[in-house]
Design a protein around this ligand. Sequence first.
Ligand code: SGN
Ligand code: CA
Length: 525
Amino acid sequence: MNVNQTNRREFMKTVGMGAAALAVSKGFLSCGGKGRAPNIVFIMTDDHAAHALSCYGSRINRTPNLDRIADEGMRFDNCFCTNAICAPSRAVILTGKYSHLNGVIDNRKRFDSSQQAFPKLLQSAGYQTAMIGKWHLKTDPTGFDYWNILPGQGQYYNPDLIEMGERKRHTGYVTDIITDIALDWLKQRNTAKPFCLMYQHKAPHRNWMPGPEHLTLYDDVDIPEPDNLFDDYATRSRAAFEQEMTIDRHLYPVWDLKLAGVAEDEPNLMKAWQAAFDRMTDEQKKAWNAAYDPKNKKFRDAKLEGKDLVRWKYQRYIKDYLRCVASVDDNVGRLLDYLDVAGLAENTIVVYTSDQGFFLGDHGWFDKRFMYEESLRMPLLLRYPARIKPASANDALISNIDFAPTFLSLCGQQIPADMQGESLQPLLAGNIPGDWRDSIYFHYYEYPAWHMVKKHYGIRTKRYKLMHFYDDIDAWELYDLKTDPGEMKNVYADPEYADIVQMLMTDLKQLQQKYGDTEAMQSMP
Ligand code: SGN
Ligand code: CA
């Protein structure tokens, strides 16, 4: 950021602050009596891995606007999901409870929207609440004064959205549209009340269709490959061999790799691609073809094979993924600018996260689901000038069950006793309380299903990770993250680690007991 930009933002903050103070009604209970109740802007993307944000040290892209949230707030370096898949993560975030208690153990389940969730609690405390963008919980949102959501996964181009029950088609690119709607809502809201806005993107979810402004971004560069793009899974259990999410064999040529005209997918997928493409206006199609046709012709002429072909697929995949991320970054920038201009930045908690991580070629994979680091880890940035020092970081072990209690406590509300997470409030000063947890618990259920990742649960401490794959397999993996951060060597059977295994096994049982995961306990030795 240059000096002029900083000054511009500082200036806007100062000018706007008076307006925001006026906006809060006398009648509203303030945060613990200590001042104005804060607003929340909860920004969530779909499948945005932490290692594709520059503030987390990305080697492959820059995210200047997302980095602003980190520069002006706190970056959490050890935030993990409890179940590395979309709908389950969203349900955990809303309820502050593990999947086996909130009911959404996999993407196939419907969210029981009559249950307790933090937006509903804020709404009954007088907050104005809105949910805009990807929802993915099958039942209609409850606890929101306004909602406008993508049906299911949504479409990248000219998507339909369901506004309070009414379905409408919008013209444009999904990330821009979701932002436009969020900004419109902010502008028309009742300024007498504090608000909680859930602003949730579809991007960068598969099939990674970039927006019109980013179609040729990265055309002239090679994105660095992960060291383990050609992982052979030696020492790993069958689960690692039997998944279906390799860059090499499981990306569809047309749907994923955008090779229309050069290759073919099976008929159903061709139909899906055609349907997505046919949503585009003539102008959008023209821009798309102008960007992809020359690249595809080059690919066809090169007649690649073996590792060269895998490398090409990785480049095509990761560039499209990062192009989708670039649009998120631009649009979050628009939203942050608005908060500045409207004088809301000071008293608004801005959260940036994703529903879980993603494999960016790591272990030769795309998608998520596994408890391995790249998909387990969630980015979490929190900006709240009243409580958080700029550019701070915290490496306490936290997870998405902590989000709901955190938001409630920061907004001066009671944390219901049946929520299983902890408020992150004591961490915001930059330290870790002595009695903070020293491990997190994970459980993934969706199998057999897309990508064929076997059922598993596990425990992760700062140094170790113990995982148990069960159901049609009974296999354990142990990683020493200090000596092996890439999880390339399963040391479960190594006698040197026998004591560690014993200790982690006991702790794992305790976590299952503590969180009430009785089903998992039954498959423990
Ligand atoms: C779709 C994707 C899968 C993805 C799931 C779940 N296939 O089915 O690759 O794992 O969603 O994603 S696609 O070809 O239809 O894009 S999630 O984010 O909703 O959990
Ligand atoms: Ca997701």
